[in-house]
Design a protein around this ligand. Structure first.
Ligand SMILES: *Cc1c(COP(=O)(O)O)cnc(C)c1O
Length: 493
């Protein structure tokens, strides 16, 4: 199986090369030439562990990895770092099943992919005779940085350097990063905003002179960006696992459809569900939930993608996005796998901030339903579900829960649904607690954490306990202009 660029039909690479490169030339994304079909039965899947399921799915996409290599990557990723053997358990509340994707090291769904990406990357480097150490450069607005640090910490042959805006992340997010252990991890606060951090990183990536200097010292840069297929493919696994578990528990019968509801930002998670459906998994509707940054809702209802609008800061910050990068993979597909048509639309997006798809393309989106939830609706659904069932969900998951209620109301569709639950409520304690009762607003963060434990009857996760007591290990702060010299200093170049 080869991977082709969404912007250039001539550019084809193997799976391991796609993992190594991350992004194709000219900003294109790698997509599998064809989406493979599952070759195991649901009955067989129902008896498999998460790790076994992961192998059955990933072997179909990463065809140049040997069985031994792939199994080793899976073993190293989905181990005791997760606080449940199930890795991604299902919890039923009201009439829906929540697929909890937050049991990894940083208690958010990014862990599902970022705990395996480092292993896939190192294996890919070996296969392609890369002898340099891989240096991951990342700019983060919070969540991705910590998940990438946790994934790469201690992985031999890699170093990871994370830049975050010193005054642009939450206190908990900052504490999570600066307490990161591991000799190969480096964390730097910059006197600037996220865009400046991102621009600084991109500049280093595209500087050939710097690349040569690095290579001379045995290093090469790579990225842990969410458009890497090494992050996308592991995300398909949990939809297959969820379906098999739903059958096993008798929630649905074998062959019966299941709808999925996904709180969406960069469109990676829901695209993985779309790929799972195309592999033959009986998924009905793909319900795409947005917060007040409702670019995707507008796209699904009008056929026009338009990023020219105000950027709104919400209580679900990981979904505050105006350009959903992974949507390009869907556009490419509904354009009939045409790199040329896709490129035209992406050029329009770059130049005018918008594009409109054709009627024919729109018809191919019939399996998708888009809607959004306001801040009030998001808070209300957290409160409602807690009061009715005692189950506490985070703000991102709540956006999905609120949108699903709208969907049910509009369509009366009785198909069983799974909601992707993307973060532990402990990661967004203040928003969650004040949604339940405004009285919590004047309490300090760590007191709220203890209150949430009492209220939810779910033990405070290790990730939160850790930052209460962990020493600060990363103290570097720099100006935007100094980012490159800081990198060189860390690497001894
Ligand atoms: C990243 C993230 C999302 C959005 O996922 P995409 O794959 O970018 O659509 C939703 N919720 C949480 C908690 C996240 O960290």
């Amino acid at each position: 199986m080869l991977y082709v660029s969404t912007r250039n039909a001539e550019e084809k690479v193997t799976a391991s090369q796609a993992v190594l490169k991350g992004l194709a030339e000219n900003g294109g994304l790698f997509v599998p030439e064809e989406i493979p079909k599952l070759d195991v039965t649901v009955d067989a899947l129902a008896d498999m562990t998460y790790q076994e399921t992961a192998y059955e799915v990933m072997k179909l996409f990463l065809t140049d990895y040997t069985e031994e290599e792939l199994k080793k990557c899976i073993e190293n990723a989905y181990d005791g770092k997760f606080d449940t053997e199930k890795i991604a358990p299902l919890v039923k509340a009201q009439d829906v099943s929540y697929l909890e994707l937050f049991h990894g090291a940083t208690i958010a769904f990014k862990d599902m992919a970022l705990s395996i990406l480092p292993h896939l990357l190192i294996t890919a480097a070996r296969k392609n005779h890369v002898t340099n150490d891989i240096v991951i450069l990342t700019a983060t607005s919070g969540d991705t940085g910590k998940a990438a640090l946790a994934g790469f910490a201690g992985v031999e042959g890699t170093k990871i350097i994370v830049f975050y805006p010193k005054d642009g992340v939450s206190p908990i997010q900052q504490k999570q990063m600066v307490t990161q252990k591991g000799d190969n991890t480096f964390v730097v606060g910059i006197n600037g905003n996220f865009d400046e951090a991102q621009t600084g990183v991109k500049k280093m990536f595209s500087d050939p002179a710097l690349a040569e200097e690095m290579a001379g010292k045995g290093y090469q840069f790579s990225s842990a960006n969410s458009i890497n297929i090494g992050r996308l493919v592991p995300q398909i696994v949990y939809y297959v696992y969820a379906y098999a578990q739903m059958v096993k528990s008798g929630e649905i019968s074998n062959g019966e459809k299941m709808n999925v509801v996904v709180p969406t930002g960069n469109f990676g998670n829901i695209l993985a569900a779309f790929y799972a459906k195309n592999m033959g998994l009986p998924i009905g509707k793909l319900i795409c939930a947005s917060n007040e940054n409702k670019v995707l809702y507008d796209f699904f209802t009008t056929g026009t993608y338009d990023r020219n609008r105000e950027f709104i800061l919400t209580s679900s910050p990981s979904m505050d996005i105006l350009i959903s990068s992974n949507l390009e993979r869907l556009i490419y597909r509904i354009a009939g796998d045409s790199a040329q048509k896709n490129r035209e639309l992406m050029t329009a997006l770059q130049e005018n901030g918008k594009y409109t798809i054709t009627e024919d393309m729109r018809m191919l989106l019939a399996d998708f339903y888009g809607n959004y939830a306001s801040e009030e609706e998001t808070a209300a659904v957290i409160r409602e579900i807690y009061e009715e069932t005692g189950y506490v969900i985070d703000t991102h998951t709540a956006v999905a829960a609120a949108v699903y209620k709208k969907y049910q109301h509009e369509t009366d569709d009785k198909t069983k649904a799974v909601i992707a639950s993307t973060a532990s409520p402990y990661k967004f304690t203040r928003s969650v607690m004040t949604a339940i009762d405004a009285k919590y607003d004047n309490k300090p963060d760590f007191e709220l954490i203890d209150e949430l434990e009492v209220l939810s009857k779910v033990k405070v996760p290790q990730a939160i306990e850790d930052i209460r007591t962990a020493p600060v290990l990363h103290k570097t702060i720099c100006e935007v202009e100094q980012m490159e010299s800081v990198v060189k200093q860390f690497l001894g170049v």
